[in-house]
Every structure is written in C-alpha cells, then in structure tokens.
Design a protein around this ligand. Structure first.
Ligand code: FES
Length: 68
C-alpha cells in the first residue's frame, strides 16, 4: 500500500526502514523520503510505524518462572 504518494513510499518501505534500525517517525521519513513534500501523509506514516511497533515482541520482558 502506498502511504506517501509524493515520494511513492509504501508501507513495506516503512517496515524495511524500521527493520534497518529507524527508531522514530522522523527517521523513517528521512530514510524513505516520506513526508518530504506536501506532508499530508505524516499521520499515515505514524500509523504504520505504530502498527509495526505493536507487532514487535517486548525485548526486555522477563520470562515467567514457574511457581514452586
Ligand atoms: S503524500 Fe507524502 S509528502 Fe505528499
């Protein structure tokens, strides 16, 4: 799905930027070229970033220990 029509940036491009280490919406925009022209896509970019983060496991989560 195209998220930024000006830059022709897709949700896959955004996921790839996140997978390559982009850690913020602004960094995703810089790496992909999204939201660099009219800016109307920035909320859609943010939504894709949030959806991607929601599907990622929590890295610092401690495994549950069995009660003894
Ligand atoms: S639609 Fe993304 S900058 Fe215009």
């Amino acid at each position: 799905m195209i998220v930024c029509h000006c830059g022709v940036v897709s949700s896959r491009d955004i996921a790839e930027a996140l997978g390559a280490g982009a850690a913020s919406v602004s960094e995703v925009c810089r790496r992909t070229g999204a939201a660099q022209n009219c800016g109307t896509c920035v909320f859609s970019v943010r939504q894709v970033v949030c959806q991607h983060e929601a599907t990622q496991p929590i890295a610092d989560e401690e495994p549950l220990s069995a009660a003894s």
